[in-house]
Design a protein around this ligand. Structure first.
Ligand code: SF4
Ligand code: SF4
Length: 87
């Protein structure tokens, strides 16, 4: 499975989740050149180890396990995966 970052991250993007992720699978980090242009952050679906540490760290409750993503944000599962599709 994996976790996904949904709509509430847009406009917040404070990188609190990046700081707690043990496998550095949330990008772009603030020190990466893509950061300024990114509207939100994205979780790498293959590198995420499903630890859940990022969920309580997010101040706007944007992060969900993929099987718990609210229906209105289900498209964000594909949005996060697509961000890494060309790797
Ligand atoms: S669930 Fe764990 S591994 Fe996956 S993005 Fe969140 S902190 Fe990182
Ligand atoms: S902690 Fe939440 S709002 Fe902040 S960057 Fe991560 S997903 Fe976005």
């Amino acid at each position: 499975m994996a976790y996904t970052i949904c709509e509430p991250c847009i406009g917040t993007k404070d990188t609190a989740c990046v700081d707690v992720c043990p496998v550095d699978c949330i990008h772009p980090r603030a020190d990466e050149e893509e950061f300024e242009a990114a509207e939100k952050l994205y979780i790498h679906p293959d590198e995420c180890i499903d630890c859940g540490a990022c969920v309580p760290a997010c101040p706007v409750e944007a992060i969900f396990a993929n099987d718990e993503v609210p229906e209105e944000w289900a498209n964000y599962i594909d949005i996060d995966a697509a961000y890494y599709a060309d790797e």
